[in-house]
Design a protein around this ligand. Sequence first.
Ligand code: GTR
Length: 348
Amino acid sequence: MSRAAIRPALAAALALAAALGCAPRAPAGPASPAARPEAEAPSPASAGTVYLRLAETHPADYPTTKGDYEFARLVEERSGGRIRIVVYPGSELGQERAVIEQVQFGGIDLTRVSVSVTASFAPVLNALQMPYLYRDNEHMWKVLKGDIGRELLAQLEGAGFVGLGWFEPGSRNFYNSVRPVRVPEDLRGLRIRVQENEFMMSLASAFGAVPSPMPYGEVYAGLQTGTIDGAENNWPSYYSTSHYEVARYLTLDEHSCVPEIILGSKESLGELSAADQELIRAAAFDAIDYQRAEWAAYEKLAEEKVRAAGTLVVPIKDKGAWQALMAPLYARQSPEVRAVIERVRALR
Ligand code: GTR
C-alpha cells in the first residue's frame, strides 16, 4: 500500500529517497488489501513501521509545509518511531482536487489542503470560508480550535475523510496584471482565477469578476500568457509562487480567510488502532501553534519582498462596499451552512 504498512525494506528505501528529495511513488497497488503484497502482514500496527504519505501543494520551505513536518515529527516521536509520515511537498502527488479524491478512496493517506477545495466534497465546510466572516484572527482560531471546528472535522467522516486539524491561512486578496483595483467595480470583467470550488466561483462573480477555476500549479503560466488577468491569495502564496512578478497590482481587500485543513483518509487510517488514530489526531492539533508561528514570520517576509519588488499595493480602509456585495452569497447558503455561520457569529 502506499497506505498503511509498506513492507519495511521498501519503506526504508522510500524514506531514504524522500530524505534525498527523490522519493519514488510508492506502488499504486489495487485497493483491495488481499491483492496487495504487503497484505501478507497481519496488520499495519504489528508489521513494523507504518508509513503514511502526506501530500502537500506548497514547497518544502513554505510555513504550512513546515507545519506538516512538525506534525510528522510529533507522530514519529509519540509513537516511538512506529508511525512515520512522509511529506511530499510541491504537489508531487498531484494538484489539490485530485489529491483529495485519492485521499477519499485511500490512495493517499494524508494531505494538507485548503478548505475551499475540500468544500466541494463536504459542502458544510463552506461555512468556514464565508467572506468577511471572522471578526479577527483570534475569533477564527476560537472557532477552529473550539467546538465548531471539532464538530466539523468529525462530520467529514461522512465524506470518507478523517478531519485532523487546521492551519493558519492568512487573508486572501485580489491581484491582477491589468489595472489597480481600488473599488469592487474595478474588478468588473477581469478574468480571475479561483480554486476549483463552486463557492469561490460565486464569490468572484459576486464581486463582478469573471471566475476562472484552475489548479494552483497552472496559475503562473495563466497569468504570464494572459489566459487569466488575475487571481486571489494570501501574502505567502502570492510571494512563493512568484505571481507577484506577473500580476503586479495587489488590492488588500482581505475578502476571506479560508482555513487550511489536515485531512486523513478514513479508508487508510481506519486500518490503524483506535489509540494510534487518536495519537495522529492529537499530533495534528498540536502542530497548529508551530505552523502559526512559522506563518507569521513568513507572511512578514513575503510582504517585504513583494513591496520591495515594486508591486502596486492598494490598501482598502473601508471594506463596507466590498462586504455589501457578499450579501447574496450569504443568502444562497443551505440551512446547514447558515446554522454554522450563525454559531460562528455568536461565538465571543
Ligand atoms: C493557498 C492554499 C493552497 C491552495 C492555493 C490555491 O493559499 O494554501 O492549499 O489552495 O491557495 O489558491 O489554490
